[in-house]
Design a protein around this ligand. Structure first.
Ligand code: ZN
Length: 423
């Protein structure tokens, strides 16, 4: 049994306590004699919310554990306030085999950090041609199907995947980028890429692919075939407008936006620092402003980080050769709260990082009610602290926001009734 004292629920100024037993929330403000013999943790006046849910993280296990592994990645997630993480299957080997899904879940459970819900590959080897054994992958515990890291060039395979996954009640998430339009682009195509003389990746690469995928869903929907498409890391205004239109027609399409696409633009590439190389690339301020509007009006469903660790040596290569990706699962909430707390409000930001991803997946919405699963985070909304990547639990100890002063840091994360992180 654990009792956390000296905490406030979102929207309330009342100082309360919550008691946790057997992985569930036993009750609020219980008299001391009902708190049992358990541990008492001082919540330091923090604000308590359901633990965050991440639908898009690269934990690099199996096969790329010099970048990250389950232990470092899930500890980093817990430090970032996350209780549940969906890991991407573009590992080595690819997660396209039920035995790998099972072994990942088993290992993650033994660690005691954030809970792992692995995504499995949509196609064998993520080659985009032949569907993986979706039924068996679901039975093994796969949370969703995706070929993220690769783009689904074969539209017929994606359509078949949407039909099959839909009949299983499963979501397919897509890295929506037309590989022929992207070509060898390493940054957003526009005045900055032209000035720098670097190959550009046009906004049309994303919008064209989103349009294609929405049309596939629309066709299936018209035939009464259930299909659920989730578009990952949306980065352009045009693609968001396409999602808006699809939603207005009642199509089962959802999308996520990453904090880095809201807070950074292609101007950052003027430094020639590959830390800013991500896929899809950092776009323009106009795109970022449009995505923020989408978060406000509900056309963006949820936030996700696309936590994508690499070794420092890889990210120190030049822009043409360095791999894409930023790792920052530990500061996603403080970054969002510090930059957009006033625009979006605390409750909307928390919804985008807790209940909203659960809705996308069709999971029960997390609550803090008595009887609910004890997955929660205590956030210190006031203390400002500089970002110090040396303290990261992630193996990627560098970040574009190093030294920036943020507030909203998690001080305690509880997963399944157990302490997964305590500052
Ligand atoms: Zn991706």
């Amino acid at each position: 049994m654990i009792t956390i004292t000296n905490i406030k629920r979102v929207g309330s100024e009342k100082t309360e306590s919550v008691t946790i037993e057997g992985g569930l929330i036993k009750g609020w403000n219980l008299p001391t004699d009902q708190q049992g013999e358990g541990q008492v943790i001082d919540g330091q006046g923090g604000t308590v919310a359901p633990a965050l849910i991440e639908l898009h993280a690269h934990l690099r296990e199996p096969g790329q554990t010099e970048k990250e592994d389950l232990s470092s990645g899930l500890a980093a997630a817990a430090a970032g306030g996350y209780g549940t993480v969906v890991s991407m299957p573009n590992t080595s080997p690819v997660v396209d085999d039920p035995a790998i899904v099972r072994s990942l879940i088993e290992k993650a459970n033994s660690l005691g950090f954030a809970r792992l819900r692995p995504a499995a590959a949509l196609t064998k080897g993520q080659k985009g041609e032949e569907l993986a054994e979706l039924t068996y992958l679901k039975e093994a515990g796969a949370a969703m199907f995706t070929d993220d890291g690769r783009t689904n060039e074969n539209a017929r395979t994606l359509r078949l995947g949407l039909e099959t996954a839909g009949s299983l009640g499963m979501v397919i998430s897509v890295h929506a980028e037309d590989a022929t339009l992207r070509a060898d682009g390493v940054m957003n195509e526009g005045p900055v890429s032209e000035a720098l003389g670097l190959p550009g990746n046009p906004a049309a690469a994303e919008a064209a692919r989103v349009a294609r995928d929405i049309e596939i869903v629309a066709g299936l929907h018209a035939q009464g075939v259930p299909a659920r498409l989730h578009i990952q890391h949306l980065s352009t205004a045009r693609a968001l407008d396409l999602v808006r239109a699809a939603k207005a027609q009642g199509l089962p399409v959802t999308c996520e936006v990453c904090p880095h696409h809201l807070t950074l633009t292609d101007e950052a590439l003027r430094s020639f620092d590959a830390i800013y190389k991500v896929a899809p690339p950092l776009r323009t301020q106009a795109d970022a402003d449009h995505l923020l509007e989408g978060l406000q009006d509900g056309s963006v469903d949820c936030l996700a980080t696309d936590h994508a660790p690499h070794t420092r040596a890889e990210k120190e290569r030049d822009l043409l050769d360095a791999p894409s990706g930023i790792a920052y699962i530990e500061l996603a909430f403080p970054l969002m709260y510090t930059r957009f707390g006033e625009t979006l409000g605390l409750e909307r930001i928390l919804d985008l990082m807790t209940a909203a991803p659960a809705r996308v997946m069709g999971w029960d919405e997390p609550t803090l009610d008595a009887g609910a699963k004890a997955d929660l985070v205590v956030l210190d909304l006031t203390t400002e602290r500089p970002v110090n990547p040396a303290e990261f639990k992630s193996k990627a100890k560098f970040t574009p926001w190093a030294g920036e002063t943020l507030k909203g840091w998690p001080v305690l994360t509880v997963v399944d009734g157990k302490v997964a992180y305590q500052r």
